[in-house]
Design a protein around this ligand. Structure first.
Ligand code: 13P
Length: 336
């Protein structure tokens, strides 16, 4: 077993998943404003530190993805944030892309930037304690999109990023996110997501990436949010499994889904059904942002001094997701 494979398995084995707490300051500001909390560095740290020191970190959370600001902050408990996270046996990670910008040649689409100077930034993050990283490519579905240009350019960037990350001794999360926005069908989502993922692996192989030392972070196969299609959760699980089975090389140890705008419960239920029907060798787990933090953030915003209550709210969500990652979740457990 290589060191990269070791790190990968430490993050995603035994029902553990990933807490995506890597919202940029802009996105975090929007999230905090919706619950009427002012977005100061202290408030951003306080909320995140509350989650990072909760009980479920040991049992449920194998890795935390941080944003540049957070990994450089000192915890109020006099530790660095990486030390705080590692003290639960959880692996600290870092988002290293610098965001999605307009794609020249297809101005409705985006290309993710951040390759320039990446090798040097990775060295710095390694020193700060990070052992895995994230880079997100985004794709839209419509009659003409995603274009070949967007599929090709983002796959190329993801693969070059992954090569640099493995060179620096860290595990890359490869996140090609086909967005839920739009009125497309689940069939469209299946087709486009398959094309996107296959292209990513073509580039990954050209770039000589060690497949046992990566985590793929895809979307589930869902109809667009404005689509009228009625689909049951079992069908979502079936399509998602089919897509990944056909598009991902079997050497990849694990897949950690993004929640992408699903409610906490939908994201949990879908993951549970994926695991109850998992006919692949991939570990299937979660790497949720909103679907892990939403209710904890709401609770905290109404009770900022109630750290224990905020942690209990988060613990419940993390427990549900970890049960789903083992195919052991049920509706009744939600209300217990
Ligand atoms: P969501 O689970 O909120 O989609 O966030 C996951 C993520 O990391 C997006 O890049």
């Amino acid at each position: 077993m290589t060191e990269l494979n070791n790190i990968t398995l430490k993050i995603i084995s035994n029902g553990k998943g990933i807490l995506a707490a890597d919202e940029s300051t802009g996105t975090m500001t929007k999230r905090l404003e919706t619950v009427n909390v002012s977005s100061t560095p202290e408030n951003r740290l306080l909320f995140r530190e509350t989650l990072f020191s909760s009980e479920s970190m040991k049992k449920c959370i194998g890795g935390v993805i941080l944003y540049d600001e957070t990994i450089k902050q000192k915890s109020n408990l006099k530790k660095t944030i990486s030390e705080l996270i590692s003290s639960s046996g959880t692996v600290p990670g870092i988002k290293v892309d610098t965001g999605a910008k307009t794609l020249a040649g297809s101005t409705d689409e985006k290309i993710t930037e951040g390759l320039d100077g990446l090798r040097e930034r990775l060295k710095e993050y390694y020193k700060l304690g990070a052992r895995f990283t994230k880079w997100r490519g985004v794709y839209i579905i419509s009659d003409k999109y995603p274009s070949k240009l967007s599929i090709h350019s983002n796959a190329h960037a993801l693969a070059r990023y992954a090569a640099l990350v493995q060179e620096s001794g860290m595990v890359p999360i490869i996140e090609p996110e086909v967005l839920m926005d739009g009125s497309h069908s689940s069939e469209d989502c299946f087709e486009k997501t398959s094309e996107v993922i296959k292209k990513c692996f073509e580039e990954i192989i050209i770039n000589k990436i060690e497949l046992s030392g990566i985590i793929l972070k895809p979307n589930m196969i869902l109809p667009g949010v404005s689509s009228k299609e009625k689909i049951d959760n079992k069908k979502i699980a079936e399509l998602t499994l089919k897509c990944l089975k056909e598009s991902v090389p079997s050497e990849v140890p694990g897949i950690a889904f993004l929640s992408g705008g699903q409610t906490e419960k939908e994201a949990t239920k879908n993951l549970d059904l994926i695991n109850k029907n998992n006919n692949t060798d991939f570990i299937m787990t979660y790497s949720y942002g909103r679907a892990l933090q939403q209710s904890a953030l709401k609770f905290w915003s109404q009770n900022v001094n109630n750290i224990k209550g905020t942690q209990e709210t988060f613990n419940h969500r993390a427990n549900m997701c970890t049960l789903a990652a083992q195919g052991k979740w049920s509706e009744e457990l939600e209300t217990k």
